[in-house]
Design a binder for this molecule. Structure first.
Ligand code: ADP
Ligand code: MG
Length: 320
């Protein structure tokens, strides 16, 4: 028997993943009712995943569900906001039980971990596409804006950018992909706890790396009307990426998107606090450069020579 739209919502999306008291009214009415605390600002972000464009068509349903929420939580992380609620717009070619079960499992595994309640959405038929909107809470004045970078601040990155791009390239050329790299492409870890803690220390500017380190760093620099020197030999490299030829690995690190690590700037005086935080959270945080007043990004080798980047970050509408 085929599933109706309401069967789908009832069977797969009505889980109270977080059982949050601030959800006055969840799925089932014309709109959800949510109680925003009087002393918080609402941080809202939305991201769409389109089959064949944001994930390869053969991607497992679980991974699509996971990633659809993860990329949104990553935006909240980059603001330093605490995740609270989500809505989900799902466009499906057909109502496939096994696919829906896998998708919901992936979505709710992450939702439970970060206490995010799914409070509504929309379900339609068409080519596979998933849009999630997330709502987070942040103390007024504490959000990590892109525009906070200032000359003299140090530049950092979490984790090991480049892994997801390396996995995608291997998939696309039909090569075998190291499981650790594939995991990074299919199940990105949004740096939610780190982003919140960073906002708490009075962090400066932050962005999550979705389109490539150089491109996303560029957004921070534009917003802060400043520039940076990037020490490319110090970019952290995972063991998976270390086995790739050097120039190719560097390309993944500089231009590869989809890692959802955080790139941020911080006053030098906060380096000690940052060290404690990284240790507490057991997250690798690497100093990769310095913010300067001269606009543009200068990529430097450890021997002092300048390196000229050959690529660009991802842009859906760029004409090749
Ligand atoms: P309406 O016609 O009033 O817009 P719908 O029939 O689209 O409502 O949806 C019924 C209820 O189910 C609403 O509360 C809506 O938010 C929720 N909903 C629909 N699709 C989803 C989904 N994919 N995930 C979560 N909630 C959903
Ligand atoms: Mg209605």
């Amino acid at each position: 028997m085929s599933l109706s739209e309401f069967d789908i919502i009832e069977r797969y999306f009505s889980r109270r993943a977080a059982a949050r008291a601030d959800v006055v009214l969840g799925i089932g009415d014309d709109a959800a009712l949510l109680q925003v605390p009087a002393d918080r600002q609402l941080a809202v972000a939305m991201d769409t995943l389109v089959a064949g464009r944001h994930f390869p068509p053969q991607t497992a349903a679980f991974d699509i569900g996971w990633k659809a929420l993860a990329v949104n939580l990553s935006d909240l992380a980059a603001m330093g906001a605490s995740p609270a609620w989500a809505t989900l717009s799902l466009t499906l070619p057909e109502a496939d039980d096994a696919w829906l079960a896998g998708f919901a499992d992936g979505f709710f595994e992450l939702a439970e971990r970060y206490r995010v309640e799914l409070v509504g959405g929309d379900t339609t038929r068409g080519p596979l596409a998933v849009t999630v909107q997330v709502h987070g809470l942040v103390e007024p004045g504490r959000a990590l804006r892109r525009s906070g970078a200032r000359a003299g601040q140090q530049l950092f990155v979490t984790g090991t950018p480049g892994d997801a791009a390396c996995a995608l390239q291997a998939l696309q050329s039909g090569d075998t992909v190291a499981p650790a790299l594939l995991q990074r492409l299919n199940r990105p870890e949004p740096r939610v706890d780190f982003g919140m803690a960073l906002a708490g220390t009075g962090g400066a500017a932050a962005i999550d790396i979705s389109d490539g380190l150089l491109a996303d760093l560029g957004h921070i620099l534009d917003a802060g009307q400043c520039g940076a020197t990037l020490w490319i030999d110090r970019l952290p490299r995972s063991s998976g990426l270390a086995s790739v030829q050097d120039e190719a690995a560097l390309g993944c690190q500089l231009y590869g998107g989809d890692d959802y690590e955080l790139c941020f700037s911080l006053d030098p005086g906060r380096a000690g606090q940052l060290e404690v935080l990284a240790r507490q959270q057991q997250l690798a945080v690497t100093r990769i450069g310095v913010i300067e007043s001269q606009p543009g990004i200068r990529c430097r080798r450890d021997d002092g020579s300048l390196y000229t980047p050959q690529g660009a970050g991802f842009d859906h509408f760029r004409v090749p």
